[in-house]
Design a protein around this ligand. Structure first.
Ligand code: PMP
Length: 444
């Protein structure tokens, strides 16, 4: 059945076969939310309804939907060379994209490994950290540190690092030797715009783990500079700097998971720039291709690349890892076209310039009694609602549907909306998104 002719209500056979990701499948079938067209800041559903995209897809469509430049570049690449096996041979676009990326990455990052998603980037980063320490004669560094309320994707490495109970409890057998430090959400600091003044000492949890396990047994610490999928948790001032200092003291690698914060979300190319803290490894995905083609990447400091590659004998494969679709030509073409758009249109600077307007608009929701906390930085914000008593997450779920009905797509996590529009948003789009959220919250 053509989706345009699908009924809005009631089951239909054509909705039976697809087991959807992170979805209540039965509930969806009862009331499908199908998108058939997207352009700029807007989406259209199968009944012709127009919605504004308040979360830029899943925080990946940073340059807005339907970018012809990207589609043209992908088409041209596919007609020129649709696929090259990436092991022991390759194609020019992959080198071009790696090189372009190093121009916007912080200084010591001159080497990039390609993956197909954020989850693959995380598992790749885990392996790079292991390979680095092993090449340094430090193979005894077997422990990894993550945080409560962290989201690092859904592959086994990422789930092992995850601090979200729902993503873990069904899969109890994860990687061993992972320890967590506390998240940075502080009930005393609700409604703080940007970074809270206090809380840097939460980073000392890492020092305590070093004292418990021995800093020399820890390979790497994984952090989202701003935790995204658990509702935009902005780190307090000095926190990331403190983590960096402790890592340096103990020879631990610091990994920034920039799958959401990369590519201008905080008004800078990367969060590493926004917070002025240089990690050792940066994982990215999402906005790398503006969401048009799946792709992820892991950038490493020169020293990591050199240590791993130089440890291998001449002619030997230096890193036994890679995907059939690492650096796929279509993805590289999409990535190159996307980076060109970001640069030509100055979208990172644009987000920086509009951030105050965006955050002020979000903070205008503070008067609504149901709003329990507001958090945000750059062009991302969390609007946390009071949960329905005894039923955490249900209000968020209901709100997501109600917002959709009222003409706005926003991603929810539990009872928190994650608002993160495309970086092309005009003030009027921000007003429309926030207006729709207000109207929907007032209806509750
Ligand atoms: N890390 C972070 C910080 C993320 O936000 C996400 C996705 N939301 C991932 C990893 C996983 O990315 P993907 O869904 O592309 O596998």
């Amino acid at each position: 059945m053509n989706v345009m002719s699908m009924p809005a209500e009631g089951g239909t056979n054509s909705l039976e076969q697809y087991w959807m990701p992170f979805t209540a499948n039965r509930d969806f079938k009862a009331s499908p939310r199908l998108i058939t067209k997207s352009e700029g800041m807007y989406l259209w559903n199968h009944q012709g309804g127009k919605l504004i995209d308040g979360s830029s897809g899943l925080f990946n469509v940073a340059a807005g939907h339907g970018r012809k430049e990207i589609a043209d570049a992908v088409y041209a690449q596919m007609m020129q060379n649709d696929y090259t096996a990436p092991f022991q041979m390759n194609h020019p676009s992959a080198f071009d994209l790696a090189s372009k990326l190093t121009h916007i990455l912080p200084d010591p990052f001159n080497h990039v490994f390609f993956t197909n998603s954020g989850s693959e980037s995380i598992d790749t980063a885990l392996k790079i950290a292991m390979a680095y320490h092993r090449a340094n004669g430090q193979g005894h560094r077997i422990r990894f540190v993550s945080r409560e309320r962290a989201y690092h994707g859904v592959n086994m490495g990422g789930v092992s690092l995850s601090g979200m109970v729902k993503n873990r409890e069904t899969f109890p057998s994860v990687m061993p030797n992972i320890v967590t430090i506390r998240h940075t959400w502080d009930p005393e600091a609700v409604y703080t715009k940007g970074q809270a003044e206090h809380g840097a000492e939460l980073a000392d949890d890492l020092q305590r783990h070093c004292e418990t396990y021995g800093g020399g047994t820890i390979a790497a610490v994984f952090v989202e500079p701003v935790a995204g999928s658990t509702g935009t948790l902005v780190p307090p001032k000095g926190y990331l700097q403190r983590l960096r200092e402790i890592c340096d003291k103990h020879g631990i690698l610091l990994v920034f998971d920039e799958v959401i914060t990369g590519f201008g979300r905080l008004g800078h190319p990367f969060a590493a720039d926004a917070f002025d803290v240089t990690p050792d490894i940066i994982t990215m995905a999402k906005a790398l291709t503006n969401g048009a083609i799946p792709m992820g990447a892991v950038a490493v400091r020169d020293e990591i690349y050199e240590t791993v590659t130089e440890a291998a004998p001449d002619d030997a494969i230096e890193f036994f890892h890679g995907y059939t679709y690492s650096g796929h030509p279509a993805a590289c073409a999409a990535g190159l076209a996307t980076l060109k758009i970001y640069e030509d249109e100055g979208l990172f600077e644009r987000a920086a310039g509009l951030s105050d307007y965006f955050l002020d608009a979000i903070w205008s929701l503070k008067d609504l009694g149901i709003v329990k906390d507001l958090r945000g930085m750059g062009f991302m914000a969390g609007v946390e609602l009071d949960p329905i008593e005894g039923k955490p997450g249900i209000r968020g779920n209901n709100m997501q549907k109600a917002l959709f009905h009222n003409g706005c797509h926003v991603k929810w996590t539990g009872d928190t909306a994650i608002v993160a529009p495309s970086l092309i948003a005009e003030k009027s789009h921000i007003d429309e998104i926030v207006g729709c959220i207000r109207k929907t919250l007032e209806e509750v």
